[in-house]
Design a protein around this ligand. Structure first.
Ligand code: AMP
Ligand code: MN
Ligand code: MN
Length: 337
């Protein structure tokens, strides 16, 4: 039995993962020749970096493999990643193996879920504490800051090219908010350091994929901040962008990146909620918390999931219904404090 060692925040070596997870990507591929890779709906940096990083890694391992990445439209901010232009939505094709990254529920695969019906074997690599797995080979390690960190751990380090390293680095900075979220461990930093040693231009990736905003993104951010409401004595904040606004500005979901994070850093706020109206009486809910609230519990209560400090779900009803229902669950936790 091979073991993979991780290092906790205090620097102690810990074995966080099951023996079976100590398998390496190279073994997981086996004799598959046609491989598909997919991730969750509205792909973020971690999901995109993981999918494209694994694609490049597998093609470097054996250029004769077929490796196709299926994702919903990827934000243009990640266009520096190798293989960005190859990503498409799944329509048809048979594969021997499908990697499902940064997600482990069929529902969160959106339209790409049908891919699973045309594949012989599914390997899921994820780090969401609320994950239930897909019933194939499921490797879920909630302690990992990002799916990209987890992928690095099971890749053969010698075979990681600069292009793969850039993908994984981008994923890690997005899920840790540039190494400042509480999910960032010593191990996360060590992985990032090892990726830098591959030649990753971290300044360019951090600026271009994370901090640079389009004029439209800044306008929407300003609008969301202006319209935000605080409640629970200033411990919670909520804002919303309506369908009408999205349509008027021809905005996509990626144009709203970073809004909930800005709400979270409002002084005194424990829990930030950002709602995006998907359609009439249906909202995508994004939550972030500082210390007092486990938002993954709140999201899971409403059928979603995520992490302790960042989670989400989809809810039905008017804006006020949704906020009332969410705040009831949040207040329960604040009262227990
Ligand atoms: P977001 O607010 O969309 O950035 O999502 C924050 C975290 O919660 C991410 O790790 C997501 O993968 C997770 N998440 C968001 N929406 C859902 C959902 N409907 N079901 C499960 N997990 C979700
Ligand atoms: Mn993600
Ligand atoms: Mn992730």
């Amino acid at each position: 039995m091979r073991k993979t060692e991780f290092i906790d925040r205090e620097g102690n070596a810990i074995d966080m993962i099951q023996a079976e997870f100590a398998m390496k990507i190279d073994d997981l591929v086996g004799d598959a020749r046609r491989i598909a890779i997919t991730g969750h709906t509205r792909p973020d940096g971690d999901c995109t970096g993981a999918c494209l990083g694994l694609r490049r890694y597998l093609l470097d391992l054996d250029p004769s493999l077929t490796v196709d990445v299926y994702l919903e439209p990827v934000p243009a901010a990640y266009d520096m990643l190798e293989g960005f232009e190859t990503v498409c939505l799944y329509t048809e094709g048979e594969y021997e193996l499908c990697f499902v990254l940064d997600v482990s529920s069929r529902e969160r695969l959106g339209k790409n879920a049908t891919l699973l019906d045309h594949v012989s074997r599914v390997v899921c690599i994820d780090h969401h504490a609320t994950s239930e797995g897909l019933g194939g080979q499921d490797f879920v390690v909630p302690e990992a800051a990002a799916a990209c960190e987890l992928l690095y751990d099971i890749m053969n380090k010698e075979h990681i090219s600069l292009e793969t390293a850039e993908c994984l680095y981008l994923g890690i900075i997005h899920d840790t908010n540039v190494f400042k979220n509480s999910n960032t461990t010593r191990h996360t930093m060590e992985v990032a350091g090892a990726l830098m040693a591959k030649g990753v231009n971290q300044t360019r990736i951090i600026n271009d994929s994370f901090y640079v905003k389009t004029y439209l993104q800044n306008q929407l951010l300003g609008m969301a901040l202006m319209k935000s409401l605080i409640f629970c004595d200033g411990r919670c904040i909520v804002s919303v962008i309506s369908r009408k606004t999205m349509d008027f500005y021809q905005a996509t979901h990626a144009d709203l990146d970073g809004i909930v994070e800005q709400l979270r850093v409002t002084k005194g706020v424990e829990c930030a909620i950002f709602l995006t109206e998907l359609q009439f009486r249906q909202y995508k809910v994004s939550m972030r918390s500082n210390e007092a609230v486990d938002v993954s519990q709140v999201a899971a209560y409403f059928g979603g999931g995520g992490h302790v400090r960042a989670a989400g779900c989809t809810m039905e009803g008017s804006f006020y219904d949704v906020v009332n229902n969410l705040s009831e669950q949040i207040v329960k936790q604040l009262d227990e404090e």
